[in-house]
Ligand binder design. Structure first.
Ligand SMILES: [Ca+2]
Ligand SMILES: [Ca+2]
Ligand SMILES: [Ca+2]
Length: 213
């Protein structure tokens, strides 16, 4: 009876692991204290910073889930565009339906343009045209924009169905984040920070960037 019980418990444990593996794909939560999964572009000041220590009486589960570190982004612009960061994933995202992230806002409103590229010519590479604003020429570029709200952590969860194609005629125009036929699936995710005025500032923190369902 004792053996039976431990077998059952082991099965429950293994089922728990399988569940955990499939429930989300973590892109970054910055708990390493590093930003080594990211490349940067533009003029934004981007750094990993310690989160304020939690008030003992807090019961904000999203704030708690941000842990010890998050990514700070600050910048200003005179033509909307501030800059941003990207991460090479080369991941099969067909098990997921959403991109989720936590955004801490500020008194400087602005927005984040989220860009996802899926590999349509199955070469684990993003072909871009340097003569035409680095437009993606062989793979689909899917975009969605989210506002940066005020101070405090906001959890943003965007269904892939809300992303729209920005470069029709380049890839196959189909959301296909799987790795069938030698495709990389999702090549990369980029987060571009924009002011909500032509001249403006943006200040925000990011955390818990992941794919989920
Ligand atoms: Ca964190
Ligand atoms: Ca490609
Ligand atoms: Ca595609």
């Amino acid at each position: 009876m004792k053996i039976f019980k431990s077998v059952v418990l082991t099965l429950f444990f293994l089922a728990g692991i399988a569940q955990a593996q499939f429930s989300f794909y973590l892109i970054d939560n910055y708990e390493s204290g590093l930003q080594d999964k990211w490349y940067r572009f533009g003029q934004a000041a981007i750094s990993v910073e310690a989160n304020p220590s939690l008030e003992a009486e807090t019961n904000d589960t999203i704030t708690e889930s941000c842990g010890d570190f998050s990514l700070s982004v600050r910048g200003s612009t005179q033509n909307w565009y501030i800059g941003g960061l990207g991460s090479d994933l080369n991941a099969d995202a067909s098990a997921y339906t959403r991109l989720q992230m936590d955004v801490f806002g500020s008194s400087h409103p602005g927005k984040i343009k989220i860009e996802i590229f899926d590999d349509d010519n199955s070469n684990f590479s993003l072909e871009q045209d340097p003569a035409h604003d680095w437009v993606a020429t062989k793979d689909d570029k899917w975009i969605a924009e989210v506002p940066i709200l005020g101070k405090g952590w906001t959890r943003i969860s965007i269904p892939f169905t809300a992303f729209r194609l920005e470069n029709p005629g380049s890839g196959d125009g189909i959301w296909n984040p799987d790795q069938n036929g030698g495709s990389a699936g999702i090549l990369k995710v980029q987060l571009v920070f924009l002011s909500d005025q032509p001249t403006g500032e943006v200040e925000a923190k990011l955390d818990n960037i992941l794919l989920t369902y």
